[in-house]
Design a protein around this ligand. Sequence first.
Ligand code: P6P
Length: 336
Amino acid sequence: MTQNLYGSTSVSVLLNNYLQQHEQNHALPSNLTDVLNSISQACLHINEAVRAGALNNILGSAHTGNIQGEEQKKLDVLANQILIDTLSTQSAVAGLASEEEESFISTNQKGQYLVLFDPLDGSSNIDVNISIGTIFSILPKPAGELKTESFLQTGRHQVASGYVLYGPQTILVLTVKHGVAMFTLNQHNQFELTEENPSIPVQTTEFAINMSNQRHWQAPMQKYIAELLAGKIGIRGKDYNMRWVASMVAEVHRILIRGGIFTYPQDQRDPSKPGKLRLMYEANPMSLLIEQAQGKATNTQQNILDIQPNGLHQRVAVVLGSKEEVDYLTAKHQNC
Ligand code: P6P
C-alpha cells in the first residue's frame, strides 16, 4: 500500500496521526495536540455511558439544578465530571469552564490553555434516544493569575473547537483553524478520519428553528420565517424544508454536511435574555467550525466571533449556516 499524506500505510488515518501531521504542517504547539487527545479520551468514556443508557441506570433526572436554572440529567452530571477529571490531569490545561459549573475551575498553574465545554448538549433528548453531543472550545490562557476575565475572550481567540455527536455513529468534528476534520469512531474504539474540509453550500432551502416560539419572536424574525413558509409563491421564490432536533450539535452537523440555516433568536419570553444559547461554550465553538467550513454565524447584529463576552454563561441569539441565507436574515434585522 502506498504511504498516504499522514504516513499511514493503510487508508485509515487516526486522530493522533492527523493532529501530529497538522502540528508539523501548521507549526501547532504539541501541547494543543495533547489537549485535543485528552478531550477525545473523555468523550470516549461519555460515549460508553450514553450508549449503555438504561442498562447502567444512567437515564433520567439527577434531581439537581445548574447555574442555568435547568434540571440536570444524570448523564449531564456524569459527562461533566468525566471532562473535569480527565482535563484536570492534562498539564497543558490551566483552567476549565462548564455549562454545569457556576464558576471556572483552576487546574494546572503552568497550563497554556483554557477549555470550555457543554458536557452534554441536547439533554432533553437523552431519555428518548435522540442524538446529543459534547461541545468544546479551547482558548489560550492569558499571562498572570487565572480569573474569570481570563476566559472572557472573543471567539476569534479560540485556538481550536469542536464537538462529539453521539448519534447513529459517534463522530468527532474539530478545527485547529486550518479547515474542519471529521472522525468516525471505528470498531476498535478509535476516531478515524472520514471527512476533511466540508464546505457549506452558500444557498439553502432548509431551516431549523423552534416554531412553537413564533409568537414571541421579534418582527424581523417573524417576517423572515413567514417568507420561508410562503415557499415558491412567496418573495423567496422557492419551497423550504424544516428540521428541529433540539440538539444544536445535530443541527450544526447536518449543516456542515448539507447546508442549511439554524437560528435560536432572542424572544419576548424573557426580554432580559438576548437568547437561549450560551456564547462561550455553544455559540463560539460552533461559529468557528461554521466559518472554517465557509459558512457564517451572527447574533443578527454582528459576527458571533467578534462579540466581547461579559460573563461565562452569557447568552446570545444565534443565526448560523449557509452564508447567503445568514446574510439575508441578518440584513433583515439591521434594516428594521
Ligand atoms: P428548545 C439544548 O438544550 C439546546 O441548548 C440546544 O442544543 C438546542 O438547539 C436548544 O437548546 C433547544 O431548545 O427550546 O427547542 O428545547
